[in-house]
Design a protein around this ligand. Structure first.
Ligand code: 5RP
Length: 274
């Protein structure tokens, strides 16, 4: 692997543990001002000190993230459909590789919609992006499903989608945790991270998801709503961080969450500057 590609990957997946806490804040690209992400800067800033990687679009990056932060950027470069459309799968590449390089990002991310009417289009989008990535030493992440595709969240479907992405040459895949997740990991020769999906009922459910995914071979999480839609987002990301980088158990994560939830200094931590 080229030095530049390796260097970018190490900014995102930390060599010390081989794991990564990715904070997903790219939902606006098709959902608009989602609950608790209406003002991206307000949501992102307090959480950034605890994220290895921040997933955003170029619009949010340029308007709402201070360039002084050294957090790795995972740039969403696909889009073209909104939640108003019946079919969300009609996506194209929306950002050039030149702009991604100009923004000094660590990785670019694109959704593929396997098993939909736009399967071929999104897989070809991915192949083109991988070709451009090879030219610029830019890692590419495939995102295996979003929105209405979530109903297909089983190991048979996800192992197919992840494997297709790996075969097309991506460096990382983002998918969803599912029963028999080990099957998805085994069939995918590149590192996998898991999304959180819509907000779960309890913090314990979120920690279980992250803990099980890591135990079964994911290298990290790329999590959004289950962090920033929680009433205590800083406590949430700290607990997730302990699971990802320190192999904390679900009980330990709950303890970290509860301690930080109670900690009034959390308000001060939101003042941390780049
Ligand atoms: C939005 C995405 C999100 O980044 C992904 O779904 C992770 O966020 P969440 O944990 O909220 O599901 O791809 O299009």
């Amino acid at each position: 692997m080229d030095w530049g590609m390796q260097n970018r990957l190490s900014r995102m997946i930390k060599p010390a543990t081989g794991h990564s806490v990715m904070l997903a804040c790219d939902h606006g690209y098709f959902m608009g001002p989602t609950n608790k992400l209406e003002n991206p800067r307000k949501t992102i800033e307090p959480l950034l000190p605890y994220a290895d990687t921040l997933a955003v679009t170029r619009g949010v990056l340029r308007t709402s993230v201070d360039p002084k932060w050294s957090t790795a950027i995972l740039l969403r470069v696909s889009g073209g459909s909104s939640i108003l459309m019946e079919d969300l799968s009609n996506e194209e590449i929306t950002t050039s590789m030149r702009d991604a390089v100009r923004l000094n990002v660590a990785c670019v991310a694109l959704s593929i919609f396997v098993g939909t009417s736009h399967e071929k289009q999104t897989l070809v989008n991915l192949s083109k992006l991988v070709d451009q990535g090879q030219e610029f030493a830019m890692p590419v992440m495939a995102i295996t499903a979003v929105g209405k595709e979530l109903e297909k969240r089983d190991s048979r479907y996800l192992s197919l989608a992840c494997r297709l992405a790996a075969e097309l040459g991506v460096q990382v895949v983002k998918t969803y945790y599912c029963e028999d997740f080990a099957r998805v990991v085994n069939g995918c020769p590149v590192p996998l991270v898991v999304a959180g999906g819509p907000k779960l009922n309890t913090e314990e459910d979120v920690f279980n998801l992250a803990h099980n995914a890591l135990n079964e071979g994911a290298v990290g999480v790329d999590m959004g709503r289950n962090i920033w839609q929680n009433e205590n987002p800083v406590a949430m990301i700290k607990a997730i961080r302990a699971i990802v980088h320190e192999s904390a158990s679900v009980r330990e994560a709950l303890q970290i969450f509860n301690e930080n939830k109670k900690n009034p200094s959390q308000r001060l931590e939101t003042q941390i500057q780049p």
